[in-house]
Design a protein around this ligand. Structure first.
Ligand code: AGP
Length: 619
């Protein structure tokens, strides 16, 4: 997914845009570019392939002056990452530029039509058709009305698109627009200046007053403010949101990577996740933002969880939590599958979307599918004001603060904690929880941030994970095994290693080993086993013995004082003792740290692993 930043006001547009792009680089980093109208009224463009640092170095050599501009970091969808394909894309007369996040699904036919009209293309991208369409309408049919030319162009486009347009003929304005679920367009209000960004961290240091564009909406932005309208030009009255995030939260601080920071701040982020949601007097969970009555919750006969990637694995943990605590059947589905398999969805179902960014296109499409069938929908989401947060009946914010690292860590543990709270909340409404059980669960989750902090502090102070990285960073395959509520943690641990160290890793239900995967075991395939003292502990002990009997290496996530495991496993990754239903939240942390340290030892750019982006807003 790409990153967009726009600025108009009294500051240097180039410096505001470049800083903003740096905050968004996690979204995509194949190439980057910027356009500024300088003081003599001319439009200048700078573009470079590769990471943002390349553009910054070009700007040092060839600076851009001016107070209105737009920039873009690219995650390539059409055309290889190179300077020619970097945004902004420019009109044939050089007076107009466009940056885009999304996909023009009908770009082939539009490109052919424009070529027949005499337009020459200089890139392989779908985006370039947009700037030529605007140019064509601007000069033929819109009588020099740029806003109308943009509206007519947007009507021609198929597929999700978020665009920003800057024209030399209108140097006192930027035009922003959003089609479908193309990733956010946040418009920030300053004093005599305005900001545009794909994501809040890019402009949080300048303003907390944010207005979000929704599907088929656009804005004409000057230094004084923004005028909102639909694609027919009808004015829209839109409310801004006051963002409470601390701007520093979107900075690395003393950490080496955002991922490292976000792993080690989970004690604090879990405190924030629980904030305002535990009533210790009544021993109850409070989830007012769910916006669903007890009657609505009592009529439910099924919960379906839809998500992608790490958020999907959080959903798998949610299945165990909700079924055990609220006694409601739960189905968990990849959003990318759910949206196309003609699922059976009824008004008596609750569909829960888990999405850190709130902009994942498959998850948003799955929500649309659920709503089309009349189901109640809830989003467990981190990004305030994101699309998922706006389209659901109810909300549970992760309250984890901005998560910048591409590999999701604190959002995962926040999601699972939110699912734990939701399970209790459903149990409260449906009467499946007696007072004693409810109090037990409330006390257990209240202790969670402290346990997480203890685990992370011990890891930070010791060398265990650096030593393990040194020992294991050259292995080419890993197997992760979990059982019961920790089976999804095996899947998540394997994904962490895969996506940031590029080592193949497979998560498996431990009980499935004897049905095939045990054939893989040898000295070259280390096995990570998640074995807290829970209801399936005995099974995991025999699992360890089966792997050891075949000469396999075993690294076990286990309670620090577990002498049995210490005697059987080659390595113990220690976690503190907690309530069984909360072990997944603690057990994932050693796996996050191990993946991080191995990736570091392999020299991977941990915050920007190859081929990935923080939020996938294109199919
Ligand atoms: C997680 O480490 C990955 N980066 C990825 O699987 C991510 O969880 C997935 O793309 C879903 O993102 P979302 O939570 O923002 O919807």
């Amino acid at each position: 997914m790409c990153g967009i930043v726009g600025y108009i006001g009294a500051q240097s547009a180039a410096s505001v845009v470049l800083h903003g792009l740096r905050q968004l680089e996690y979204r995509g980093y194949d190439s980057a570019g910027m356009a500024v109208i300088n003081s003599d009224g001319a439009l200048h463009v700078r573009r470079e392939a590769g990471k943002l640092i390349n553009l910054a170095q070009l700007l040092d050599q060839e600076p851009l002056q001016g107070q209105v501009g737009v920039g873009h970091t690219r995650w390539a969808t059409h055309g290889p990452p190179c300077q020619r394909n970097a945004h902004p894309h420019r009109s044939v007369d050089g007076k107009l530029v466009v940056v885009q996040n999304g996909i023009v699904e009908n770009f082939t036919e539009l490109r052919q039509q424009l070529q027949l009209d005499g337009y020459t293309f200089h890139s392989d991208t779908d985006t370039e058709v947009i700037v030529h369409l605007i140019h064509r309408y601007y000069h033929n049919g819109s009588a020099g009305n740029l806003v109308n030319a943009v509206q007519r162009t947007l009507h021609d486009l198929k597929g999700p698109s978020a665009i920003v347009v800057l024209s030399q003929d209108a140097p006192d304005q930027l035009i922003a627009a959003r089609l479908g679920n193309a990733g956010g367009v946040a418009i920030g209000q300053g004093e005599g200046e305005m900001f545009i960004a794909s994501d809040i961290p890019a402009i949080l240091r300048h303003t907390r007053q944010i207005t979000f564009l929704e599907n088929r909406q656009m804005a004409v932005i000057t230094a004084q403010g923004a005028h909102y309208m639909d694609l027919e030009g009808s004015p829209l009255a839109k409310q801004s949101i006051q963002i409470e995030w601390n701007p520093l939260a979107a900075e690395k601080g003393e950490f080496r990577h955002f991922m490292q920071k976000e792993i080690y701040e989970q004690g604090r982020s879990l405190t924030d996740t629980l904030r305002g949601r535990l009533d210790f007097q009544q021993q109850r969970v409070m989830l007012d933002s769910l916006n669903l009555t007890d009657d609505q919750l009592r009529t439910l006969d099924k919960v379906t969880i839809v998500a992608c990637g790490t958020s999907y694995y959080a959903g798998l943990v949610g299945k165990y939590l909700i079924e055990q605590v609220a006694r409601l059947p739960v189905e968990v589905d990849y959003a990318s599958e759910f949206r196309y398999r003609q699922p059976v969805v009824k008004p008596s179902h609750l569909v829960v979307a888990i999405t850190q960014s709130g902009e994942t296109v498959d998850t948003l499409a799955a929500l649309e599918e659920a709503r089309a069938h009349g189901a109640l929908t809830v989003a467990i989401v981190n990004a305030v004001g994101s699309q998922a947060a706006r389209v659901c009946d109810g909300l549970i914010y992760m309250q984890a603060g901005p998560e910048i690292g591409v590999a999701s860590t604190k959002a995962f543990t926040a999601s699972v904690t939110d699912l734990f709270l939701l399970a209790i909340y459903l149990g409260q409404a449906r009467g499946t929880l007696d007072d004693a059980r409810r109090a037990e669960l409330i006390q257990a989750v209240a202790a969670l941030p402290g346990l997480a902090g203890e685990l992370l502090e011990n890891a930070w102070q010791g060398n265990l994970y650096k030593d393990l990285a040194e020992r294991f960073y050259q292995y080419r395959n890993f197997l992760y095994l979990g059982r019961g509520i920790n089976f999804p943690i095996a899947l998540e641990g394997a994904l962490k290693l895969k996506e940031i160290s590029y080592i193949h890793a497979e998560g498996y239900a431990a009980g499935e080993m004897k049905h095939g995967p045990i054939a893989l075991i040898d000295q070259e395939m280390p096995t990570l086993v998640i074995a807290p003292r829970d209801s399936v502990y005995g099974k995991m002990i025999s699992q360890i013995e089966q792997v050891k009997a075949r000469g396999g290496l075993v690294l076990a996530v286990a309670h620090a004082a577990d002498e049995t495991i210490k005697a059987k496993a080659d390595v113990v990754l220690p976690i503190p003792i907690s309530h069984e239903l909360l072990t997944p939240i603690l057990a994932v942390m050693p796996l996050q740290i191990l993946a991080y340290e191995i990736a570091l030892r392999r020299g991977v750019d941990v915050d920007q692993p190859r081929n990935l982006a923080k939020s996938v807003t294109v199919e």
